[in-house]
Design a protein around this ligand. Structure first.
Ligand code: ATP
Ligand code: MG
Length: 308
């Protein structure tokens, strides 16, 4: 059984207008997406700003309402549970946020930050709690005395490690990582990403990895879903997406990955021009007359594309 299965998820925000503030329309932040995560895999959700990635992640963890559709975690539909009933799954699904500056409470020291989920869910003596926090701090590569320090006394990369330690405290099964490194220096990004891969093995974690950066997604993910305006344009294994992209939007994203090799830059520029031309010429193959994406169609067992 898949660990997480999303079925036709829709999340709309009402737009109110007029004197009576009635609902005049909806922002279709997520407009009918479906995907599954197998235990132990890393699934990448990628797409440009505003396409609905964070909204999806927050809905899975219960921070966003769900307009319709299913969020099945180990077969249980979380979207239909009340807050109280959700509680037993809260331990199993944790989120790492983009901004390690604002996602940690500045007035709490590291001990209190990491112990908070433990206090909510487990009855530990102060001594047991301290041992658990020390283990977690060591596991994320921070020194033992850091537990008495406050978030502002750490670098961005260290802060993200504190966020990871807190996420790991309850031994979750699924971690939703929403742009976990995009606020960090490029030099620190690779460290944090490699570290996330290490703990994935150690803790047997499944990741839903959200990013707008296809380079990072390529490095981290087994399978990838490409989003555009709240819908999926393409889904496939990482290699299918990178070596055999089918949708022009996916091709554009891949062509936009910066080329490090100066000798290949010229080639890449031509590729980009060719794809922009394809986008103009073949627009009708990819979008219907209302400019909406087609539904996904399977082109192989693992690869689907939203084409006519
Ligand atoms: N509370 C809200 N009320 C109304 N519209 C919202 C709300 N939250 C998000 N939206 C809209 O939903 C859409 C999707 O937003 P979301 O934050 O999920 O995008 P994203 O893919 O995470 O983008 P980014 O890469 O910039 O983080 C956007 O058009 C956004 O304006
Ligand atoms: Mg986002």
């Amino acid at each position: 059984m898949s660990l997480l299965k999303i079925n036709d998820l829709k999340i709309y925000y009402p737009i109110r207008g007029g004197f009576f503030r009635t609902v005049v329309d909806n922002v279709r932040a997520v407009d009918g997406i479906s995907f599954e995560l197998q235990p132990g895999e890393t699934y990448g959700l990628v797409g440009e700003s505003g396409c609905g990635k964070t909204t999806t992640g927050r809905a899975i963890i219960g921070l966003n309402h769900v307009t319709s559709g299913e969020v099945l975690f180990e077969g249980n539909d979380l979207a239909k549970l009340s807050r109280g009933e959700r509680r037993k799954y809260t331990k199993d699904i944790q989120m790492i946020f983009q901004d390690p500056y604002s996602s940690l409470n500045a007035r709490k020291n590291v001990l209190n930050i990491i112990a908070e989920p433990l206090r909510n869910f487990e009855r530990l003596s102060p001594k047991e709690e301290l041992v658990r926090v020390q283990e977690l701090v060591a596991r994320v590569g921070l020194s033992p005395e850091s537990i008495y320090k406050y978030p502002h006394q750490f670098s961005g990369g260290q802060r993200q490690r504190i966020g990871i330690a807190r996420a790991l405290a309850l031994k979750p099964k699924l971690i939703i990582a929403d742009e976990p490194v995009s606020a960090l220096d490029v030099s620190v990004q690779a460290q944090v990403l490699n570290f996330m891969q290490e703990i994935q093995e150690d803790f047997g974690l499944t990741y839903l990895f959200i990013s707008h950066d296809l380079g990072i997604i390529q490095h981290m993910c087994d399978r990838i879903g490409i989003m555009y305006r709240g819908r999926f344009v393409e889904e496939g294994s990482a290699s299918e997406i990178y070596t055999n992209p089918q949708h022009v939007y996916t091709k554009r994203l891949i062509a936009a990955i910066p080329e490090m090799d100066p000798e290949k830059r010229f080639e890449k520029m031509h590729l980009r021009q060719a794809i922009n031309q394809e986008y103009k010429n073949d627009y009708n193959n990819y979008f219907d007359k209302d400019g909406r994406m087609f539904d996904l169609k399977k082109i192989s067992e693992t690869h689907s594309v939203a084409m006519q």
